[in-house]
Each structure stands twice: as C-alpha cells, then as structure tokens.
Ligand binder design. Structure first.
Ligand code: GLN
Length: 242
C-alpha cells in the first residue's frame, strides 16, 4: 500500500460488470473507509491504461464478446501483469476469472490466450449453462465462513498444479468439471464464478483482500448486521437446481 492511501482499481467497468459485480468495488471501498483508511478508487475504462501501482484490482463478469475484447486490450496493455508482478491483490469473477487464466474459448469458438496470472484453463462446457445458487466451503487455509453466491456461465475451468481451489461446493456447479471445486487462487490472485455481488454476500472475503493489501492479520471489527441479514436470507433461499 502506498504511504497515503489504498488504491483500489476497478478494471473495465464498460466491458466487465455483469450481475451487479460493481458492488464488489463498493464493498471493498466501504469496508476500508470504515476502518479509517483513505481510499483512492480508480475506475479504468477499456480505452485507458491499467495503472501498475494499485493495491487491489477487481474484475467482474461479462458476456462472451466483451470478454474477448477485454482480454485483447488487457494483453496489449500489460499493466495488470505488471501489477501482479508487484504483488498486487487481484480478485476476479466469472469472465474476469477466465481472462486471468491461461486460456479460454472465445465467442468465435477459438482458443483465446489469457493473462496467465492463474494456472487454470477454461473450455466451453458441453452441458447446459451453469446457472443457479452456489454454496461452498472456502479453502481452510483462508479460514473464512461458508461462501454464498450465484453463478451464470457456459465456460468450465480446469485447475492446473499451480493453483488451489478457492472452495469446495455444497451446492452449484462452480468450476463445472464435476470435481466439486469452485474458483481458484494462487498467492494474491483469486478467481471465482460467484456473483451476488460476492463480496457483499461474503464480507470476510473483502476483508481478506484488505488484510493482504495492508499486510495485517486482523482488522478492527465493524457492524456487519446488514451483511449477516443478507447472507442468512440468501442461504435460506438457495435452491438446488432440479
Ligand atoms: N462469458 C463467460 C461464460 O459464459 C462468462 C460469463 C459471466 O461472466 N457471467 O462462461
């Protein structure tokens, strides 16, 4: 983190922001400010350069064509890879998750190289789209409460040896390969298929990103009653797809 403020970068809101994923940046920003931190939020449109000096980068989901355009621009730009090399925290959802992997199948049916920040590779699932509620137990190394979210994707993601699954599924399709995993993480880069927005439904995950960025083990507690009410309501409403 820079001397003065926490730099939170929201990557390509014009191309990647489905199902309320913008809420993720609002939650990170809000929870940092509630801890007395000064936050410098930077929204980077796809015709702008990605700054390399951010502390936390957030990328949302997107439809297939915007996903390809975003990937081409991010590859050309190179800023996100440099930020990752600087140890930035990168949190990605759905299309964002596929983009930071090694490759995915684009809207033209071709293999599109990703940014290679997570050792995963995505293909197009042969089954129905994965749509519905997700409940999953997060990796015990991260030690957080059960995750809640919802998913809507056609791509499925295979994990390489360089990553750990972010979570184990209780409900939903997650990575979609039938191995019971959801998402992936590797050092400071995280990917998930969960929308919701996922950081509103799982505020401890937002706090994890803040703790990693600040290099601290704990943050001052804040009033989480509204988050808890949302979590409880969404957990109770979750239905197994028929
Ligand atoms: N286009 C991708 C897929 O269908 C990601 C979708 C999304 O981000 N919601 O797999």
């Amino acid at each position: 983190m820079s001397e003065s403020s926490l730099r939170v970068v929201w990557v390509y809101p014009d191309l990647l922001s489905t199902y309320g994923d913008q809420g993720n940046v609002l939650v990170v920003e809000r929870r940092a400010r509630r801890r007395g931190l000064t936050v410098d939020r930077v929204d980077v449109r796809s015709d702008e350069r990605v700054p390399t000096s951010g502390d936390i980068y957030l990328i949302g989901g997107g439809e297939d064509r915007p996903q390809r355009l975003a990937t081409e621009r991010l590859r050309r730009d190179g800023g996100l890879e440099r930020a990752a090399g600087n140890g930035a925290i990168i949190f990605t959802v759905c299309a964002g998750y596929q983009i930071v992997g090694n490759e995915f199948i684009n809207d033209l049916g071709e293999r599109e190289p990703g940014l290679g920040l997570l050792d995963v590779a995505s293909t197009r699932g042969t089954e129905d789209r994965c749509v519905g509620d997700v409940i999953a137990d997060i990796d015990e190394r991260l030690g957080l409460p059960q995750l809640t979210g919802f998913e809507n994707h056609q791509g499925i993601t295979h994990l390489g040896p360089g990553v750990r699954p972010l979570a184990r599924l209780r409900m939903g399709r997650g990575n979609g390969t039938g191995d019971g995993t959801e998402g992936a993480w590797q050092e400071t880069v995280f990917g998930t298929y969960m929308h919701g927005p996922v950081l509103a439904r799982n505020p401890q995950l937002a706090d994890l990103l803040l703790k990693l960025a600040l290099d601290v083990n704990a943050l001052p507690p804040i009033d989480d009653r509204w988050y808890e009410a949302l979590r409880a309501e969404r957990m109770a409403a979750a239905v197994q797809p028929g």
